[in-house]
Design a protein around this ligand. Structure first.
Ligand code: TNX
Length: 768
């Protein structure tokens, strides 16, 4: 292709289409509801616009011209959601020869990929003129990013493939964007082992990533609770290792209950998904967990384990003792079989071999591992891990792959030039990785582990911390990786961090992914929008961090929520703040209120401008938040418009509504102790299981998150009896086992006995 000539033609067409105009710089960084250039996520690098010149008008006769067939189809498909009509696509070659017939009344959107097409130092440019839009990019990924920016300049229905409400007037003001990301690696990791996600779900995730300019999908395909990728030479991995439940090689866990649960991707499905991702500018980096987190493969091929009487008990974090024996040569042959087939399925230059949380208990008992240690002159069993990683690295190299792994693999020999380290304990391992010259992806648990709770009343882990949106948005991977004990050290680390931190990634571990429905989306969004901006390198354009966050939050709630909704994402909606204060007694109050319960005034602060808050009047026991992930069946009937005066402050629940069906968790008055808003009947506990008095007393605290730790695992016949002073009435009994917020281990079946009106006992059975 003659690119120079093409550019000339475009310049010519552009000159015909509109007079040149002066662009205004948007450095004010303020959201403006009438200006789409202030509504983009991630915020591009350089944005110019002109609100005074005639706008580009998107009409049904718009044409897409491109030298890339997929990209033109992709864009045309999204535009059709707005116009309702098939968009004419003109291939570049044809357009070139037919240029004279292109008339001014046909708006044109052209996408051109060519060397040096983008402005210096940028990956793409997007220019909107009166009758034409141009995306110029040096490469495919940049062109995809340019298209994503353009989609965000259009109405949100462009993401809605079920849209039937076509608008006649779609306009974009004139403007120009010159853009490129700061991090070349902008990733999202999904664990499909703990909760099985079929291929359709993965396709959706890839679409959502592309919309946010995320370009690496780290696919956590294996773990203790399920092997999810077909390996033809090791068929038992998916015949057995993909399933858990009664009589399966993997016991039930994470609420999969007393039934067979699981699934896996066939090689053909994987290849299709890899292609789908590549079309959207996304590289898939697969992960096979070794040598720990390997109960699924150990269940299928027990010969990978050390040879001595096995202790298969698991501890409560699910980090099992079933790990690969390091000393068995045959194990490296099995690993080679896996890597060979993985290399055929995944074109990525990287294969992630896991390496986190290796429980070395077995190695310390295994005579063969002990002999190997002796032979190699090792003094610590951790060195066996490094030995294993080096061996796996050699195999990966044979298939042209770099090895990636969690930070724990870092001290293995000879992997520096052929590895990528994933840092999850950022404070310690971020600086350690960059100081030791390792390229790394920063996946700092305390900012971007999307399995963490978004607030204390919502479902999720919290071991890293509770991670609300602001925390994810404040993520600064370079700062974390360059932290040093003194200022001088930090400065020199900064250089190293800039050099070695290749990117950022958010991760969604799925121990708690089984419910409620759509929990993946709930945990991903909107926190992934914040991560997208960190990855793009524009999350701290304004020096004042509060103003910076406000600009993001305005773009998100005032513009991007509508996009997410049209993408079909059931994202997490922020809940309102609800406070109550006592209202002065009046004479009539005293008269009517025998219990002397004071009236209160409840005031609600909506979580963002324009948010609709609705409320319901319920029983005081109604759950607050969604710690247990049950479906919220509350009927939020009333729209909140002004403060409510009531004596029954315990009976009100409030939720933010984005649409009739998408709303936040329900919350109660937050500034009163639970006892004030709930009735607390007194009871004693009897049990045959062993626990300290202190632990048992926790059960009586009436705190949703409190739990009692018993000694040892529960067995059939164990019981806890709650003996209430007086009969109590309730409509629901929840039986929860596991840890606080994390009701995933322990029992798969249990029952509660209760009686109605003190009569014969009835049984309520439950399977977890
Ligand atoms: C730690 S992060 C793990 C995962 C768990 C996760 C839960 C990492 C490398 N290992 O196996 O799923 O915590 O938050």
């Amino acid at each position: 292709m003659n690119i120079r000539r093409f550019l000339t033609i475009i310049a010519f067409a552009a000159a015909l289409a509109a007079p040149r105009f002066v662009y205004a710089q948007t450095n004010e960084n303020k959201f403006d509801g009438n200006n789409p250039y202030t509504q983009l996520i991630p915020q591009p690098k350089d944005v110019y616009y002109d609100l005074n010149s005639p706008c580009f008008v998107l009409k049904k006769d718009v044409r897409v011209v491109s030298n890339d067939p997929f990209l033109s189809d992709y864009l045309a498909g999204h535009i059709k959601n707005l116009t309702g009509e098939k968009v004419e696509i003109i291939r570049w070659e044809k357009w070139k020869s037919a240029k004279k017939t292109i008339k001014r009344e046909h708006p044109v959107i052209s996408i051109l990929i060519a060397d040096n097409a983008a402005p210096e130092g940028r990956e793409y440019s997007l220019e909107v003129q009166e009758n034409a839009i141009f995306i110029f990019s040096n490469g495919y990924e940049g062109a995809m990013s340019g298209i994503q920016t353009l989609l965000q300049l259009l109405p949100p229905q462009t993401y809605n493939f079920n849209n039937r409400d076509f608008s006649n007037l779609i306009i974009i003001p004139q403007g120009r964007i010159e853009d490129s990301p700061s991090f070349r690696y902008r990733g999202f990791e999904l664990d499909v082992s703990r909760t099985w996600r079929p291929a359709e779900d993965v396709y959706k995730v890839l679409d959502w990533m592309a919309y946010h300019k995320l370009n690496k999908f780290h696919w956590h395909l294996t773990d203790d609770q399920g092997w999810r990728v077909e390996i033809k030479s090791l068929p038992l991995l998916t015949e057995k290792g993909a399933w858990r439940g009664p009589d399966e090689v993997i016991p039930s866990s994470f609420g999969s209950g007393n039934k067979r649960y699981g699934g896996y991707y066939t090689q053909q499905q994987i290849k299709d998904i890899v292609k789908y991702a590549a079309d959207r500018g996304i590289e898939i980096i697969p992960e096979i967990e070794t040598p720990g987190h390997s109960a699924a493969i150990a269940g299928s091929y027990p010969e990978i384990l050390c040879e001595f009487p096995e202790d298969t008990s698991i501890n409560e974090t699910g980090f099992s003792r079933e790990i690969w024996c390091v000393a068995k040569e045959s194990n490296y042959e099995i690993i080679e079989k896996i890597i060979k087939e993985m290399a055929e399925m995944f074109p990525s230059g990287i294969i992630n071999m896991g390496g986190d949380e290796v429980n070395r208990f077995n190695w310390e008992k295994c005579p063969d591992c002990q002999a190997l240690m002796k032979k190699m002159g090792m003094t610590n069993s951790e060195q066996l891990h490094f030995y294993f990683v080096s061996r796996v690295n050699q195999i990966a190299k044979k298939y042209g792959k770099k090895i990636a792994g969690w930070e724990e693999i870092m001290y293995a020999d000879d992997i520096k030039d052929n590895s990528l380290i994933y840092v999850w304990h950022s404070k310690k391992w971020g600086p350690m990785a960059v100081q030791n010259g390792f390229d790394c992806v920063m996946q700092a648990a305390e900012y971007v582990y999307l399995d963490m709770q978004q607030s204390p009343i919502e479902r999720g882990h919290n071991w890293a911390r509770v991670i609300p949106l602001e925390i994810t948005y404040s993520y600064d991977p370079i700062k974390l990786a360059s932290a040093g004990k003194d200022a001088g050290k930090a400065a020199s680390n900064l250089e190293l961090a800039r050099k070695h931190v290749v990117g950022v990634q958010a991760g969604l571990w799925e121990e708690l992914g089984n419910r409620p429905e759509n929990f993946v989306e709930y945990q991903m969004f909107p926190r992934l929008c914040a991560l997208a901006e960190t990855g793009w390198g524009t999350s701290r354009t304004i020096a004042d961090s509060a103003a910076n966050y406000k600009y993001f939050y305005d773009r998100l709630t005032q513009a991007h929520f509508a996009r997410l909704e049209n993408m079909g994402i059931r994202f997490r909606v922020p809940y309102p703040e609800v406070k109550a204060e006592p209202v002065a007694f009046t004479k009539t109050d005293v008269l009517i209120s025998e219990s002397y319960m004071r009236p209160y005034k409840i005031t609600v602060t909506p979580p963002y401008e324009g948010a609709v808050v609705k409320y319901a009047i319920v029983s005081p026991q109604t759950e607050i938040g969604n710690i247990r992930g049950q479906k919220d069946t509350t009927n939020y009937k009333y729209v909140y418009t002004e403060p409510i005066i009531t004596r029954d402050i315990a009976n009100y629940r409030f939720a933010t509504f984005v649409s009739d069906t998408l709303h936040s968790v329900g919350v109660a008055v937050s500034n009163m102790p639970l006892q004030t808003v709930r009735m607390v009947p007194h009871f004693e506990i009897e049990t045959n299981m062993r626990a300290s008095e202190k632990n048992l007393s926790i059960l009586k605290e009436y705190k949703e998150k409190a739990y009692c730790r018993f000694e040892g695992r529960a067995k059939a016949g164990d019981y806890i009896t709650f003996v209430f002073d007086e009969p109590i009435k309730c409509s629901v009994i929840d039986i929860v086992t596991g840890r606080a917020n994390v009701d995933f281990y322990g029992l798969t079946e249990g029952y509660a006995e209760y009686s109605e009106d003190g009569g014969a006992e009835k049984r309520l059975t439950a399977a977890a």
